[in-house]
Design a protein around this ligand. Structure first.
Ligand code: P6P
Length: 326
């Protein structure tokens, strides 16, 4: 089954996918197919390296960051149901139709520091239902908790170009057939095992972590020699899409927690277009996602680009982390 057939036949929670949402998802996924081709060309078409500019986050933008952002804006501008969009790469939201049922948020190319070393990167997207479709677009329209998402997903540009998607009724995965340009269904009920032996975190930050995170990781490292009933393995790709794809594919825990390097910031990752869409996918696959104390999708945002501490994945481990934070 290809993506178009899936959209036409799927009935998440018993109802057909609204035509406006089908149109928007088709535009996003089609753009990601184009982006997959651009990413794969890399140096061949002069797309590696820095663009020499910075984004609203104060980060150096890679050439592909800007290309991905522009491709996504151009790809969805014709969607009649899309009131507006917001991107990691832009300070303010962009009106599309101004009115309409949906709001699109995205990190156009997450992990872009990995572009120049040929490591998997990806696009993360979240779709919110606009509370008052007929009212003119305002930034405040986007400030909804993750519970208001009607769809979320990512496309990882790796050895395969694979998409994970949830419409609120489980998680499905598609892989791009680069000959036909079609995304074909590969998994229709993605689940995360409640237990795992694998965790992902940037260990070089260990001395900066809060005590509950340090305790959890030290116990994982000690394994059966300590308080845990098993030994653990560690992974860190430094590309959230790739790390979360591994968690969705074989279980595990992904952590980018608050640390004291920038104590005034709650974390590194962004709530609206990184943590919330990934948390929606993880919860829909039977996992859990927390900032340590709260469930991430329950958080009420106050700023479009606010950051959050993120710990997500296999439920038993996330429950343990929440207990250590209580
Ligand atoms: P660090 C990529 O820049 C990113 O935002 C996430 O994709 C990734 O998980 C994290 O930062 C990696 O951060 O500090 O390990 O380089």
């Amino acid at each position: 089954m290809n993506f178009k057939q899936y959209l036409a036949t799927a009935k998440p929670s018993g109802a057909a996918i609204p035509a406006g949402l089908q149109d928007l998802l088709t535009a996003v996924v089609s753009t990601c197919s184009t982006l997959s081709h651009e990413v794969a060309q890399g140096a061949l078409i002069g797309l590696l390296g820095s663009a020499g500019t910075g984004n609203v986050q104060g980060e150096v933008q890679q050439k592909l960051d800007i290309i991905a952002n522009d491709l996504l804006i151009d790809g969805v501008k014709g969607c009649k149901s899309l009131a507006g969009l917001a991107s990691e790469e832009m300070e303010l939201p962009v009106p599309v139709q101004g009115t309409g049922d949906y709001l699109l948020l995205f990190d156009p190319l997450d992990g872009s520091s990995n572009i120049d070393v040929n490591v998997s990167i990806g696009t993360i997207f979240s779709i919110l239902k606009k509370q008052d479709p007929q009212a003119p677009l305002q930034t405040a329209d986007f400030l909804l908790s993750g519970r208001h998402q009607v769809a979320a997903g990512y496309v990882v540009y790796g050895p395969q170009t694979t998409m994970a998607l949830t419409l609120g009724d489980g998680v499905v995965m598609f892989t791009l057939n680069k000959v036909t340009g079609e995304f074909l269904l590969i998994k229709d009920a993605v689940t995360i095992a409640h237990s795992t032996k694998e965790f992902a975190i940037n260990m070089s930050n260990m001395r900066h972590w809060a005590d509950p995170v340090r305790r959890y990781v030290e116990e994982c490292l000690a394994g059966v020699g300590g308080t845990r009933e098993k030994d653990f393995n560690m992974r860190w790709i430094a590309s959230m899409v790739a790390d979360v794809h591994r968690v969705l594919s074989r279980g595990g825990v992904f952590m980018y927690p608050w640390d004291q390097r920038e104590p005034h910031k709650p974390g590194k990752l962004r709530l609206m277009y990184e943590a919330n869409p990934m948390s929606f996918l993880v919860e829909q696959a039977g996992g859990a996602s927390t900032n340590g104390k709260d469930i991430i999708m329950d958080l009420q945002p106050t700023d479009l680009h606010e950051r959050v501490s993120v710990m997500l994945g296999s439920k038993e481990e996330i429950d343990r982390l929440r207990h250590y934070h209580s």
